[in-house]
Design a protein around this ligand. Structure first.
Ligand code: BG6
Length: 489
């Protein structure tokens, strides 16, 4: 999905705000280490980690080694670890105190022409402070970029405010809004599947597809993130971004080229043609759930409301199911069933495209549709379910799979999404990042749903941890003569 085939990297300074945080340790630093280990980073590439703690670079490196070890153990190599550590610098900065940006200035000043990436892996409330901080300290050069983690705001109004503040300091071409799902290989493969093959495009429309299901199911619960999660909920944490991005890639028209603007133009059109859900439509087409106690993978799980840091009467949803529709010639009348939840039965991110039944069956067989199943995680698999005659005298059809297992097909190790995203920011390739108009369009569709939930005081329906969500989720899809895939295998 790159706009050019030039994958080389210019010298860079990657400045990680939130440098001691969970994301830096679990994903960002491991991602950079993997690429360093594979000799894909230029010699002149530094990683400057910034956090509040008053640590020396050596102390930080010791802390980093401990925190990221389990995330890089498969690729760990003593000598590349040592050279990776040479790239690391640490600065203890209170980002609310302007004078302290001077420390960063001293480190960056000798290399004014390098690509500079300010990566904001902090609470969204700090985004604009940091942007102003680096701007007022004179650190923003023409070759600078800013990368922001989701969620961008908590509704349309706050997202617009953040985007306006960013625009005061950076051009849109310098802003990289991250949705890490776009960095996943299988998500990029959706584009390859749709637009690199002749086979699917002619049938990728309402005449041939009856419904599409998109599931992001997690076994993890709220864990230690109650501070963030209880204020956020599944709708803002997962639906507004990851789920809508998957929907958009599935539903978009073929872009005229792979150029970032061409791809984003098509994505934005889909977001704008989502049929608005307002008032009673919200009550009929959405399900809001919250996990109660149960067992996930054989281990007991405490109810969400009893988890550390969660208000005992919390209304925050940990599960959402939605029937979405797209007002367009291609998709009119095709429901897109979206669901996501925490503490569910299985970890599985999967897209199921159900094709229409044969108009008249000459075989004695249940009328089960052909299906295209695209599993993004934990395994990367694409399966086309078709029917074939089983062996024997009888003309009995059986469902069989045409399978593509990425692990078997490709020798290269499975990358983590952030490797691709971080390197694309340094390269200056915006294809896998969200334009501000996408963020605005996504919130415009989400806001009325959340407002209606608030207005009607829709309390999340409890579901047992380890289940597939509340029964209302099955009822939602059953009302449309469909069933979630695990209900109709
Ligand atoms: C994050 C959410 O964006 O995505 C988390 O904040 C969620 O709540 C995570 O667990 C899921 O990502 P992945 O890549 O594990 O599916």
């Amino acid at each position: 999905m790159s706009q050019s085939n030039d994958y080389s990297l210019a010298p860079f300074d990657l400045v990680l705000f939130g440098g001691t945080g969970d994301l830096a340790m679990r994903k960002l630093l491991p991602a950079m280490y993997f690429r360093h280990h594979e000799a894909q980073l230029p010699e002149d590439g530094r990683i400057i980690c910034i956090a509040r703690s008053d640590l020396s670079t050596e102390q930080f490196k010791a802390q980093m080694a401990e925190s990221i070890h389990s995330h890089i153990s498969k690729e760990f190599d003593e000598s590349s670890w040592a050279t990776f550590c040479d790239r690391i610098h640490y600065l203890g900065i209170d980002i609310t105190v302007q004078e302290q940006y001077e420390k960063l200035n001293q480190l960056l000043a000798p290399h004014p022409d390098r690509v500079r990436v300010f990566y904001l892996s902090t609470a969204p409330g700090l985004f604009s402070r940091i942007c102003r901080g680096v701007a007022d300290a004179g650190l923003v050069t023409d070759n600078s970029r800013v990368a922001l983690e989701k969620p961008l705001g908590r509704d349309l109004e706050s997202a617009v405010a953040i985007n306006d503040e960013l625009a005061d300091v950076f051009n849109e071409e310098q802003i990289y809004r991250i949705d890490h799902y776009l960095g996943k290989e299988t998500v990029q493969n959706l584009m390859a599947l749709r637009f690199g093959n002749y086979l699917f495009e002619p049938i990728w429309r309402r005449e041939h597809i009856s419904d599409i299901q998109i599931t992001i199911a997690e076994q993890l619960g709220v864990e230690s993130r109650a501070d963030y999660y209880d204020q956020t909920g599944a709708m803002r944490d997962m639906v507004q971004n990851h789920l809508l991005q998957l929907l958009v890639i599935l539903a978009m028209e073929p872009p005229v080229s792979i150029h970032p603007d061409a791809v984003r133009d098509e994505k934005i059109k889909v977001l704008r043609s989502l049929k608005p859900l307002v008032g009673r439509d919200v009550l009929d087409n959405t399900v809001r759930g919250q996990y109660s106690g149960g067992t996930v993978d054989g281990k007991p799980v405490t109810a969400y409301r009893e988890s550390k840091g969660v208000a005992p009467s919390s209304f925050t949803e940990t599960f959402v199911a939605i029937k979405a529709e797209i007002d367009s010639w291609r998709w009119q009348g095709v429901p897109f069933f979206l669901r996501t939840g925490k503490s569910l039965h299985e970890r599985r991110t999967e897209i199921v495209v159900n094709f229409r039944n044969v108009p008249h069956s000459i075989f004695d067989m249940p009328r089960v549709p052909n299906r295209l199943i695209i599993r993004l995680q934990p395994e990367e698999i694409i399966k086309l379910q078709i029917f074939a005659k089983g062996r024997g005298d009888e003309m009995r059809l059986q469902s069989v799979n045409l399978d593509l297992d990425f692990n078997e097909a490709f020798e290269k190790r499975q990358m983590i999404a952030y490797e691709r995203l971080l390197l694309d920011i340094i390269r200056g390739n915006q294809t896998l990042f969200n334009h501000r108009d996408e963020v605005t369009a996504a919130w415009s569709w989400i806001d009325p749903i959340i407002e209606t939930w608030d207005q009607y005081q829709v309390e999340p329906t409890p579901y047992a941890a380890g289940s597939w969500g509340p029964p209302a989720s099955s009822a939602l899809i059953a009302r449309n003569n469909c069933g979630w895939i695990e209900e109709c295998l």
